[in-house]
Design a protein around this ligand. Sequence first.
Ligand SMILES: *Cc1c(COP(=O)(O)O)cnc(C)c1O
Length: 385
Amino acid sequence: MYIRPIYLDCHATTAVDERVLAAMLPYFTEKFGNPASISHVYGWEAEAAVKQTREILAAAINATPEEIVFTSGATEANNLAIKGVAEAYFKKGQHIITIATEHSAVIDPCNYLKSLGFEITILPVQKDGLIDLTELKNAFRAETILVSVMAANNEIGVLQPLAEIGEMCHEHQILFHTDAAQAIGKIPLDVQAMKIDLMSLTAHKVYGPKGIGALYVRRRNPRVQLAPQQHGGGHERGMRSGTLYTPQIVGFGKAVEIALAEQATETQRLTQLRQRLWKQLSQVEGIHLNGHPQQRLAGNLNISVEGVDGAALLLGLQPVMAVSSGSACSSATTAPSHVLTALGHSEKLAYASVRFGIGRFTTEEEIDIVAKHAIATIQSLQNKR
Ligand SMILES: *Cc1c(COP(=O)(O)O)cnc(C)c1O
C-alpha cells in the first residue's frame, strides 16, 4: 500500500478547508453571474458576494472595502504594488529599498526596475532574520519612493517589526509596502496602526483556494497613486482590469473569516506543536534553529544540520514527510536558499536545511512520527561520514 507522506509544507500551500469549499461551490453553478453585470439578478448576487469578501478583508487589516483590489495572488499584488508605484512616482524619485530575505515576487520586480534605471537598495538582515532599523534609516534618501519589507518570511517565519518600519517611512513621506502572504489570518495586521500603504495578500496559504489574492491600496493619508499593470475594462477602480473570479473571491473571504475567528487558539496550538517538534529535534548534535526563536510564525520551524549532505537529507525524509528545503517558489533552481545565506550560513549549511510548515490539519501524533524519523535520518547520515 502506498501511504502519502505527512504534509508539513504549509508555507508552500495549504488544503482548502471544507467550509471554504462549501461556500464556494454555489458560485460555480447557480450563482455564476458576472459581478460587473448591473442589469440583472445574476450580476447582483455575484457582486454581493464580492462585496462581502471585500468587507471581510478590509476588516481583517483595518482598511476600507474600497481599498481592496483583487488580484490573482500575492505575486501579482507585489508586482502591481512595486511596479505600479515606480511608474506613478518616478518623477518624484527612483530609489526603492527592500531586504535580502524577500520572496522572489518582490526581489524580481525590483531587479526588473533596476534594469530600467531605478536604484534598488537590498538591505541585509541580522543573524536572526530581523531587519536592522538603523540600517533602514541610513538607507533613506530624498529620492526614495518605496520601502518593501515582508510581514512574515516564507522560509524562516520571521516577523518583521511592521509598525516601527511604517512609522519611519511615514516620517520621511516614503510609501511602505508589505508582502503579507504568510501573515494574513495568522498574526494581527492593522494598516492604520502600522502605517502600511500597500499590502499584498493571498488565499492559498490560509486554507483558501489558489489563484486569488488582493492588494490593499491606501486611499487617505496619503492617497497612493498606482499605475495599472493590466489594462482593460477598468475593473477594481482601474487598477486591475479583468472579470472578477467570484468563486475564488468567496473562498478567500471565507478562509480569512475562519482564520481570524480561530487565530488565538490556533496560534497557541501551533506553537505547542512547533515546540514539541523542536524539543525532540534539538537533542541531535549539530542542529541549528534558523530565524528568531520567538519572533516568528507559530507553525514555522526551520533547521540546518551540520555534517550532512542536503540532498541526501531530503531524500531520507521524503517517504515519511512532505517538507521542503528553501522555498517551493524557487525550487526550479538548485541554488541554496537566498534567505538562509542572508542569515550568514555557508552554502553547505544552507543546503542542509529543512522547513517544517505545521498547519491546521497537523496532529500531535504526526509531529512525533516526523520527529522520530527525522532524528533517525540525520543521525544515520552523520554516522556515515
Ligand atoms: C506564497 C508567497 C507569495 C506568492 O503568492 P501567490 O499567491 O502564490 O502568488 C509571495 N510572497 C510570499 C511571502 C509568499 O509566501
